[in-house]
Write a protein that binds this ligand. Structure first.
Ligand code: C2E
Ligand code: CA
Ligand code: CA
Ligand code: CA
Length: 275
């Protein structure tokens, strides 16, 4: 099978999705990756649109497989969630991101993705509390990003954990707003500090009236509820111009920067330059 070459394998994988046998192999390899330093974090700036300055970074995990090369998170995160490996992986991500942010001179925010499995784990809050104490990171500088789908699994448990996390001073953002099991009642039920509008709406905002109307409505909602809005996946100047015109609070996307190794942002985290 190896002789078929990786090109064939990649093509197959991208067209058909990861097959069962392949998933099992990946699961096995992911366990190894956790202990053999194949995982790393990249960071993507989040920009305050009023000041134009970087307010923080979202940490995104990367896996460089020794034979396959880069495996996208959209492939291995679901596997990690199904197998429970996400608990270990998530703790590694959280710890690495907090240690990184604690080392910055500029008191910028660090946003970390947290999956449903983690949010529902009984020791999650205690882990965060211990980590903040260990790293000395100010709780207000940490923001966890959660999707609505993550909340829905077990509402009560999720809500209880979120309240405790917020009581620590940690911020909570609703990720991918507008996709999945979106419901406006979630905005009222859960104590979010801000909303990240999914990139699928931003992508077409400058040439699609429906997307523009949706984004406008979400921005209005944010104002009414006093919830800052961050627009995800801003790739073009037209998109940014639209968002500025509609008074969107913050944005993130390739227009500003792709997610990069933190060394690419040395000046920013030192507080000596803007971007
Ligand atoms: P997400 O949290 O919605 O992250 C945003 C994704 O969009 C990232 O993909 C990012 O690289 C990509 N992106 C950012 N700006 C742009 C843009 O302007 N255009 C386009 N086309 N894409 C942009 P990535 O890094 O591949 O991550 C995919 C998803 O995997 C994330 O979506 C998140 O759900 C999950 N993920 C990544 N890292 C972690 C992690 O550490 N823990 C957990 N639980 N999930 C993670
Ligand atoms: Ca996110
Ligand atoms: Ca998102
Ligand atoms: Ca997403």
């Amino acid at each position: 099978a190896k002789a078929e070459g990786r090109g064939t394998h990649r093509l197959f994988e991208s067209q058909m999705g990861v097959q069962v046998r392949d998933r099992r192999l990946l699961e096995h390899d992911l366990r190894g990756a956790l202990v053999s330093q194949q995982l790393s974090l990249v960071y993507q700036p989040q920009v305050d649109l009023e000041s134009g300055e970087v307010s923080g970074f979202e940490a995104l995990v990367r896996w460089i497989h020794p034979e396959r090369g880069a495996v996208p998170p959209s492939t291995f995160i679901p596997i990690a969630e199904e197998t429970g490996l996400i608990l270990q992986l998530g703790e590694w991500v959280m710890r690495t991101a907090c240690i990184q942010a604690a080392s910055w001179t500029a008191p910028l925010m660090i946003a970390v993705n947290v999956s449903a499995v983690q949010l529902h784990a009984p020791n999650f809050v205690a882990f965060i509390e211990r980590l903040l104490a260990e790293t000395g990171l100010a709780p207000e500088r940490l923001e966890i990003e959660i999707t609505e789908t993550a909340m829905i699994r077990n509402m009560n448990r999720a809500l209880a954990n979120l309240r405790q996390i917020k009581a620590l001073g940690v911020k909570v953002a609703m990720d991918d707003f507008g996709t999945g099991y979106s419901s406006l009642s979630n905005l009222r039920a859960f104590p979010f500090d801000r909303i990240k509008v999914d990139q699928s709406f931003i992508r077409s905002v400058h040439d699609n009236d429906q997307s523009a109307a949706i984004v406008r409505a979400v921005l209005g909602l944010g104002k009414g509820l006093n919830l800052p809005i961050l627009a995800e996946g801003v790739e073009r100047l037209e998109e940014l111009d639209f968002l500025r015109g509609e008074i969107c609070d913050a944005a993130q996307g390739y227009w500003f920067s792709r997610p990069e190794d933190i060394s690419a942002f040395e000046d920013v985290v030192r507080g000596s330059r803007k971007t």
